[in-house]
Design a protein. Structure first.
Length: 397
């Protein structure tokens, strides 16, 4: 098991959230959900600062800040001065509404060009809003990807239904019948997309584990540390191999009476909310595994790892040796991920080099070649977890 890293408590960040609630009850709900989700991400909830209309003028323009406006009618207009002040200072304000109908009348003029977040009545804890706030703060990655694992003859209709539900919530959903292009190598594409997924949704029908494909998918997910939401059909007993999965039990009444092979709309929405809720925990577990292994290997070579609050690791060589910054990448890195590595605030001693650490298991060979090509031209390099021990031996004089 990987050891726990020392985390630098001196470089404390503060994440400022301004909540303007014209619906009622949303502000307190969002605050509780955000505090829970940052705990799952190993961030102290005290680093969140909340503001309302009366206190928004005290927001520090030098610290990260995000606003949320909840509105269902013209009452949202009363927050125009506070919302406009935020947007004029380059802050993102999320307009959250139950219906986009007559949207312009519900929000101040400064938000009318902004795409609204449609609230789902099944999402009672405002998981989707909280996730978007954390994505804007950089605490969750902004790529939202889900992999659906299922047995076609038993649950193809539900798989397609969930694909549409999650797609409507800004997830990129991998479904084998829709997501593999003609002429692509099917198996390599499937593993590559799983490697870049936030979590797996397993449609757990009666004989799903008898499918060799599904068994391989679950084995791969487990090996990569990807969490699994297990949607369990009525009357189907769990296999002990799935004990660590997150269960979601279906009942007979969750299916449409006139078409037993599909779910009713409410249940499909509840599964989408469960995906949103599990996502932060899934990503946090993968990051903890990646960082923990790095720390353990570094210490074994007398290199001191320090996990900064901005979610990267500085490796300090003995004495006054060089500092190497390692930024963990979840999923499949790309050029944009490499570019973001250059935006982290430096510690008192700037690093001599910056690298992006990623797990190359299941990443397509073509993409590995692309990353190797980028390494020849960009100042930020990539390091595979499989090469980590060898690479650590090269960073200290």
């Amino acid at each position: 098991m990987a050891t726990v890293c020392y985390r630098d408590r001196m470089s404390r960040a503060q994440y400022q959230v301004a909540i303007f609630d014209a619906i009622g009850g949303c502000a307190s709900t969002l605050r509780r959900t955000l505090e829970r989700k940052v705990l799952e991400l190993d961030v102290d909830p005290s680093e969140l600062r909340f503001f309302d209309e009366d206190s928004a003028a005290a927001i520090d323009q030098l610290l990260p800040r995000v606003g949320v406006l909840f509105s269902d009618d013209e009452r949202g207009q009363k927050f125009a001065p506070a919302v406009t002040a935020l947007t004029e200072n380059a802050a993102v304000v999320i307009p959250a509404v139950h219906s986009v109908e007559d949207f312009a009348s519900k929000v101040p003029e400064s938000l009318r060009p902004v795409n609204a977040l449609a609230l789902d009545r099944a999402d009672e804890q405002l998981e989707a809003v909280a996730s978007l706030v954390l994505e804007l703060f950089g605490l969750l990655r902004n790529r939202r990807r889900v992999f659906i694992s299922y047995k076609r003859v038993e649950s193809a209709d539900v798989a397609l239904q969930l694909h549409h539900q999650l797609d409507a919530r800004a997830f990129e959903v991998f479904l084998d019948t829709l997501s593999v292009r003609a002429a692509d190598t099917f198996q390599e594409t499937l593993w590559h997309r799983m490697a870049d997924s936030d979590l797996v949704v397993l449609l757990y029908t009666r004989s799903v584990l008898e499918s060799g494909w599904v068994a391989q998918e679950l084995e791969r997910a487990n090996g990569m540390g990807i969490s699994v939401l297990q949607v369990i059909w009525p009357g189907v007993a769990r296999d002990r191999r799935t004990d660590l999965f997150e269960p979601f039990y279906l009942r007979k009444r969750d299916f449409r009476l006139w078409r037993r092979r599909s779910l009713n709309d409410r249940t499909a929405s509840e599964i989408a909310v469960a995906v949103e809720k599990l996502r932060a925990r899934s990503l946090a577990a993968r990051e903890a595994k990646l960082v923990g292994n790095l720390c353990e290997l570094a210490r074994s070579r007398r290199i001191q790892p320090v996990v900064q609050r901005a979610r990267y690791v500085d490796l300090l060589c003995p004495g006054d040796g060089p500092v190497t910054r390692v930024i963990p990448a979840l999923g499949v890195p790309d050029a944009q991920a490499v570019q973001r590595c250059t935006t982290f605030v430096p510690p008192p001693k700037a690093p001599e080099s910056i690298v992006l650490l990623y797990d190359s298991v299941s990443v397509a060979n073509e993409w590995l070649g692309h990353l190797a090509w980028l390494d020849r031209y960009l100042p930020v390099k990539t390091v595979k977890t499989a090469d980590l021990a060898t690479w650590l031996g090269t960073i200290c004089p």
